[in-house]
Design a protein around this ligand. Structure first.
Ligand code: PEP
Length: 250
């Protein structure tokens, strides 16, 4: 049985005080919820403050990025150990905005994924095709390349723990969502591809869908067999809409 995850990716939004007041609003409503993992990925600057505030709650903390080295002369970077130290359980890796604006490659995703595991973090590795790639019928080819390139040579104990987020680039922040059928088709393909890399692991890993997830489309997405949760940008910024996502109707 795969426990669903509802993950909020705040991107470059919210100061420390805004982050704290969001969690303050969410905390009591989230208190009794145990059948879904609730995850917030704030900017780095809010991590430590949220760690303190989330203590004793059901809400987990994640980062939006990391660097693969443990320490050293890498100005401006944050190491996996630092994230662990700041209270993170999860870390997003290879978000399409990182691939698009910061030139992250599958090779870099692979290094980051391994480094995250080594530090005791659970990576949520993002994959997804652009609109042009979908229109050119390249979706499966791109996803397969991202999975094989980004997730190769993981230690067997880590291969069972990974979380993968399918986020079609054309659906992120655009208001266009992949139809439940389109999303399921790719999720099923991801599971199959992952099984060919790590036999016996694919059935147990969680696959999240991301791309304009909203309170009015979450239920149908979550009814799909291979969708185990959401990675949510815009609709995770307000406690009310995020709470609606957590409480989606099964
Ligand atoms: C995201 O940030 O990963 C995302 C899917 O954003 P949005 O929900 O706003 O499309």
């Amino acid at each position: 049985m795969r426990k669903p995850i509802m993950a909020g990716n705040w991107k470059m939004n919210k100061t420390i005080s805004e982050s704290l007041s969001f969690i303050e609003s969410l905390k009591s409503s989230a208190a009794g919820i145990s059948d879904i993992e609730i995850l917030i990925c704030p900017p780095f600057t809010s991590l430590f403050a949220l760690r303190e505030q989330m203590q004793g709650t059901q809400i987990a903390l994640g980062a939006q990025n990391l660097f693969w080295e443990a320490k050293g002369a890498f100005t401006g970077e944050i190491s996996p150990i630092m994230l662990k130290d700041s209270g993170c359980k999860y870390v997003l890796i290879g978000h399409s905005e990182r691939r698009q604006y910061f030139g992250e490659t599958d090779e870099c995703v692979n290094k980051k994924t391994k480094a995250a595991f080594e530090a005791g973090l659970i990576p949520i590795v993002c994959v997804g095709e652009t609109l042009k790639e979908r229109e050119d019928n390249l979706t499966f080819k791109i996803i397969e390349r991202q999975i094989r390139g980004g997730l190769s040579q993981l230690q067997p104990q880590y291969a069972k723990e990974i979380v993968i987020a399918y986020e079609p680039v054309w659906a992120i922040g655009t208001g266009k969502t992949a139809s439940p059928k389109q999303a399921q088709e790719v999720h099923q393909f991801i599971r199959k591809t992952y099984e060919s890399l790590y036999a016996g692991c694919a059935e147990g890993i969680r696959l999240l869908y991301g791309g304009s997830v909203k309170p009015d489309n979450i239920s149908e997405l979550m009814r799909q067999q291979d969708i185990d949760g959401g990675l949510v940008g815009g609709a995770s910024l307000e406690p009310d809409s995020f709470l609606k996502l957590i409480n989606y109707q099964k």
